[in-house]
Design a protein around this ligand. Structure first.
Ligand code: SF4
Length: 330
C-alpha cells in the first residue's frame, strides 16, 4: 500500500502480542495475537474509520499507534518520524501531538478535578498558557465543544454523559494535536446523544482540519465522519477503501455482513441481513488460512489452508480468495 505524499501518519506491519499464562503457577504461556500486522496511512485532514466486532483488535491498534501501549513490532511514523523508536523527552514531545478521546468519558476524567483545573494543569505542564491567557483559552475550548463557559468550574459528575464526552474532546484539543484517535467515542452514550457527538467531531474536523482515526464497532457510526474506512477481523485489516466504495460496493464477505446489519431509515426498503454463523474465534487460537473461514458463507477448501493477501483492486484493498479470482476474470 503506497502512502500518498501528504501523509501525516503511516503505520506499517503493526503487531501486538499479549502473552497469557495458561495456569497460575505455570511458566508456559499462550499468546494472544491482538494485532497481526496492520498497515495503513492517514493523510492530513483525513479521517480513517476503523471498524470491527469487539475483540478484533481495533482499540489495541489505536492505542499502539499513539503508544499508550507498546507495540510488539512494526513502525508508526508521524510526519515521517518513527514514533516507535522514540523515548524520554522526544517521546513526550510527540505524544503531545497525538491525543486520544476515550470510550468512557467518566472513567477517563479525574472526579476530583474541575474542568477548569484539568485544562489549566494541561496548559501549565505543556507551557501553553497561564493566568488570563489560560482563562481565555478555557472559554474558547468550552465554546468550541458546545459547553457553557460558565460551567468550567464544575466537576465531571455534574455533567451528563454527552457533556462529559465533550469535555474529553476539549481535553484532547487543548494541546493543539496533529492527530487524534477517537476510541469508540460514542458507544457508551445513549443513541440520542451519539449523533450529537459525531456531528460535533465532524464540525471540528472541518473547522480545525483534524486528522483522526475513528474507531467504532458499527459501520453506521463511522459513515458520515470517515473519508476512508478500514474493516478489521481478528487483528488484521480485511478491507480498506474510501467510505463511498465501502457502503456502495463492499467486497469482503465480512464487510458485507456488517453492512447488512446497518438499519436503513426507510420502511419501503427491505434489506436481507447476512447472519454470520458462530462466534469470533479466540485471538489466542486464530484459524489457519483465512481467519474468517469458520464463519464465511462462501468459504472453500483453499480458504482453510492459505491466507489471502490484502490486494488492491482499483483503489479498493481487500483480502479474499474469491475476489482474487473475480478480478482475474474481469
Ligand atoms: Fe470467505 Fe474464503 Fe474470502 Fe475468507 S478467503 S472471506 S473464507 S471466501
Amino acid at each position: 500500500m503506497n502512502p500518498p505524499s501528504d501523509v501525516l501518519i503511516e503505520v506499517a506491519n503493526l503487531r501486538k502480542i499479549f502473552p497469557v499464562k495458561k495456569k497460575f503457577f505455570s511458566r508456559s504461556t499462550a499468546a494472544v495475537h491482538a494485532v497481526g500486522g496492520v498497515s495503513f496511512s492517514i493523510r492530513h485532514g483525513e479521517t480513517l474509520g476503523l471498524v470491527g466486532e469487539s475483540g478484533c483488535g481495533k482499540s489495541t491498534t489505536g492505542r499502539c499507534v499513539i503508544r499508550v501501549i507498546e507495540p510488539t513490532g512494526g513502525t508508526v511514523r508521524l510526519e515521517g518520524r518513527d514514533v516507535t523508536a522514540l523515548s524520554g523527552k522526544d517521546l513526550r514531545a510527540v505524544r503531545r501531538k497525538m491525543q486520544m478521546v476515550f470510550q468512557d468519558p467518566f472513567s477517563s476524567l479525574n472526579p476530583r478535578q474541575t474542568v477548569d483545573a484539568m485544562l489549566r494543569e494541561i496548559f501549565y505542564v505543556h507551557g501553553i498558557a497561564e493566568g488570563a491567557q489560560a482563562d481565555r483559552k478555557i472559554g474558547e475550548l468550552m465554546e468550541m465543544v458546545g459547553l457553557p463557559a460558565g460551567k468550567a468550574g464544575n466537576f465531571p459528575h455534574e455533567f451528563s454523559g454527552g457533556q462529559r464526552q465533550r469535555i474529553g474532546i476539549a481535553r484532547a484539543l487543548s494541546v493543539n494535536p496533529s492527530f487524534i484517535v477517537c476510541d469508540e467515542p460514542v458507544s457508551a452514550l445513549d443513541v440520542s446523544i451519539q449523533a450529537q457527538i459525531v456531528n460535533l467531531l465532524t464540525e471540528l474536523k472541518q473547522k480545525l482540519s483534524l486528522t483522526m482515526l475513528f474507531i467504532a464497532h458499527d459501520l453506521a457510526v463511522v459513515r458520515h465522519i470517515s473519508d476512508r474506512i478500514a474493516v478489521m477481523y481478528l487483528g488484521k485489516i480485511v478491507e480498506l477503501a474510501d467510505a463511498r466504495s465501502i457502503y456502495k460496493n463492499p467486497l469482503h464477505p465480512y464487510t458485507q455482513a456488517l453492512l447488512s446489519a446497518v438499519p436503513i431509515p426507510d420502511p419501503e426498503i427491505k434489506k436481507q441481513r447476512i447472519e454470520l454463523k458462530g462466534d469470533v474465534p479466540s485471538p489466542a487460537n486464530i484459524p489457519k488460512g483465512c481467519s474468517f473461514h469458520t464463519r464465511c458463507p462462501h468459504a472453500e477448501n483453499i480458504c482453510k489452508e492459505i491466507e489471502p493477501e490484502l490486494k488492491e483492486i482499483r483503489g479498493h484493498f481487500v483480502s479474499c480468495h474469491l475476489i482474487d479470482r473475480q478480478s482475474m476474470s474481469v
